[in-house]
Design a binder for this molecule. Structure first.
Ligand code: ATP
Ligand code: FE
Ligand code: MG
Length: 346
């Protein structure tokens, strides 16, 4: 099916047209520069800018694809999880278009979109596989069983991986968003310069949870390290700190993803979310996967961070299965992947 999808869950206004797994157009208007002075995303500001941008982004997506409405089989929008005001802008636009153009409407779970990013370039990929989803708000290991059928095996108990990058960048006064800046700095630093703690989740039997992660302790350890180094009145070795932090995150994620894939007999790990762009994680996970004969898929950077192509790809699959959402569907700030099928009429 050919689907037009709108993504407005956070700070990117995206519209894309995808035919099954083929991207016909993918337009993203980022608000990063707008939120930069605040050091993070301001929800009200995000909603207003989505509203201002959505029509022109829509026009561009249709024009780039060179299609008119007769070629479009359905209209989709991200409906959960995310900032409710931001999500509502996209959902309302999509529902209106669906109604006016007389097309089916589909609400899409944002994290299902991040999972589908891998299908856009690995067009023959089929479930089952493991998805390592590492974004600004999530760090999850997901057993992908079928379209709409997911089982979350591991998650962070506190900060998401991307959030950890952003917080560490902030305490080093590097700017926002922190991931790309730390990634860049880390390439000039020594990852063995400092030993930092990998967060481990204790189990009642004295062992550690093999798939859950924790990053708030690591962030605090970086803060303590910075405070201790500042006492010496020497210039802060920012690149070494960035490299050591990045390697600790990469190691922690790699260990958990490999354990999960091996334990569940899954031969492919598809990575998604903004942190999938991280070069430390890419290198570390690729190397480890070789030793275990696992295949690792990293989408190109434009499909790692928020975009509507991944949402349209998920919607196309759902539409092919006959899944449709009611026009009464609303936005939800929280929703687990296990609840995805509740978005569709049975
Ligand atoms: P969610 O999908 O959980 O709602 P989100 O959509 O805001 O969160 P994404 O847009 O997928 O998250 O990713 C943004 C995050 O990715 C930010 O925290 C950013 O710092 C991080 N990030 C982007 N590029 C890199 C990189 N090269 N290295 C590490 N982190 C990165
Ligand atoms: Fe996202
Ligand atoms: Mg984002």
């Amino acid at each position: 099916a050919t689907v037009l999808a709108i993504e407005t869950s956070c700070d990117e206004t995206g519209v894309a047209i995808v035919k099954n797994r083929k991207v016909l157009s993918n337009v993203v208007a980022s608000q990063i520069a707008i939120h930069h002075p605040y050091g993070g995303v301001v929800p009200e500001v995000a909603s207003r800018h989505h509203l201002e941008m959505v029509n022109s982004v829509l026009d561009q997506a249709l024009e780039t694809a060179g299609l008119d409405w007769s070629a479009i089989d359905g209209v989709a929008a991200t409906c959960a999880p995310g900032l409710v005001g931001a999500l509502l802008t996209g959902i309302t636009a999509a529902k209106t278009l669906a109604l006016v153009q007389n097309k089916p409407f589909l609400g899409i779970h944002h994290l299902e979109g991040h999972i589908y990013a891998s299908y856009l370039t690995e067009t023959t990929l089929q479930p089952p596989f493991l998805c390592l989803l590492v974004s600004g708000g999530h760090t999850s290991l997901i057993h992908v069983k079928d379209c709409g059928v997911y089982h979350t095996l591991g998650h962070t108990v506190d900060d998401a991986a991307g959030e950890a990058f952003d917080k560490v960048a902030r305490l080093l006064n590097l700017g926002y968003p922190g991931g790309p800046i730390i990634d860049q700095l880390a390439s000039q630093g020594n990852p063995k310069a400092f030993t930092l703690p990998e967060g481990k989740i204790s189990l009642p039997n004295g062992g550690y949870h093999p798939y859950h992660s924790s990053f708030s302790g690591l962030k605090t350890a970086v803060l303590r390290l910075v405070q201790a180094l500042k006492q010496d009145n020497q210039p802060l070795p920012v690149a070494d700190i960035a490299a050591s932090f990045q390697e600790t995150v990469a190691k922690s994620l790699t260990k958990r993803a490999i354990a999960c894939a091996v334990d569940f007999g899954l031969d492919t790990i598809a990575v998604g979310g903004g942190v999938a762009a991280n070069s430390g994680l890419r290198n570390y996970l690729q190397e480890a996967a070789k030793l275990h004969n696992l295949r690792v898929l990293f989408p190109p950077l434009k499909y790692c961070t928020d975009n509507a192509a991944m949402i349209a790809c998920a919607a196309s699959d759902h539409l092919n299965q006959g899944h449709l959402s009611p026009l009464t569907l609303g936005a939800q700030s929280r929703m687990s992947l296990e609840e995805v099928m509740q978005l569709y009429q049975q």
